[in-house]
Ligand binder design. Structure first.
Ligand code: UDP
Length: 242
């Protein structure tokens, strides 16, 4: 579909193509799902389209709330036009409730509510397996200035407030999420990547007992089945609400 545009980069879940306007890119969402640094892989027909549509609606909501993002518009159901950014090699994870790696690496029990959101930084480096890193190590490696890191932390906390409210309105609990940021041609920091059930943990609030119903990539990570059904349900709730 995008064959006439140069492929600039291919990641695990997305392809980035050039745009006629050099300040823009076309991001095509793939149907591939990977977990555990791509040790586990599977294709889910329709996932790319669902993540693209969900991400687009979320970026629009963030933009309305004055968060600078790379999103410009949808080109079609699985491609978005975005501002070209130089991605900062950090994954910023914010946690509202303990789950996943936090519980594997500490004695904190899964499902524990965190009264203050926890922000964890991971170095984007497949060869090193995206290790957890500290603020001091980020400074030591000269990845970004401490002022820019503070700016990213503040943006992440603001995004959390907006997203928690957004998902609460559609009966979903925002457990945690991962963000990536980058610099545009004028050196502004913009939120990049995607915001979808591939990089957020979302639990269904539409149920009466305490069982965790994951409507996110944990369905794939933990072999729960029903990934497309879960992502479709999120897309359905967003469209019914907005
Ligand atoms: N996450 C992500 N990409 C990664 C690692 C984590 O998008 O490479 C997201 C994940 O979907 C979850 C949050 O970041 O919403 C926290 O993930 P965690 O550190 O608990 O890692 P996991 O348990 O997924 O290995």
């Amino acid at each position: 579909m995008n064959t006439k545009y140069e492929l600039l980069y291919e990641g695990k879940a997305k392809k980035v193509f050039a745009h006629n306007d050099l300040d823009k890119v076309k991001i095509e969402f793939k149907d591939d799902a990977t977990a555990f640094n791509a040790l586990k892989k599977e294709k889910f027909e329709g996932k790319g389209k669902l993540n693209c549509l969900i991400s687009a609606r979320i970026f629009e909501t963030l933009i309305k709330n004055n968060i600078p993002t790379h999103f410009i518009e949808l080109e079609n159901e699985n491609t978005m036009i975005a501002k070209k950014i130089k991605v900062i090699p950090l994954e910023i994870v914010l946690r509202n409730t303990a789950y996943g790696s936090l519980c594997k690496q500490t004695t904190i029990k899964p499902g524990t509510f965190l009264s203050k959101p926890l922000i964890d930084f991971y170095l984007k480096d497949d060869e090193l397996n995206d290790p957890l890193i500290t603020k001091d190590r980020i400074e030591l490696m000269n990845i970004i200035s401490s002022d820019d890191l503070e700016l990213i932390i503040n943006l992440t906390l603001k995004i959390n407030v907006i997203l928690k409210n957004f998902f609460k309105n559609i009966q979903l609990k925002l457990v945690d999420f991962k963000l990536e940021f980058g610099y545009d041609s004028e050196n502004n920091i913009l939120l990049g990547d995607e915001i979808s059930p591939d990089n957020c943990r979302l639990w269904d609030l539409n149920q009466t007992n305490d069982t965790i119903i994951s409507l996110d990539k944990d369905r794939f990570r933990n072999d729960l089945g029903g990934l497309i059904e879960a992502y479709s349900e999120i897309n359905r709730r967003i469209n019914a609400f907005l």
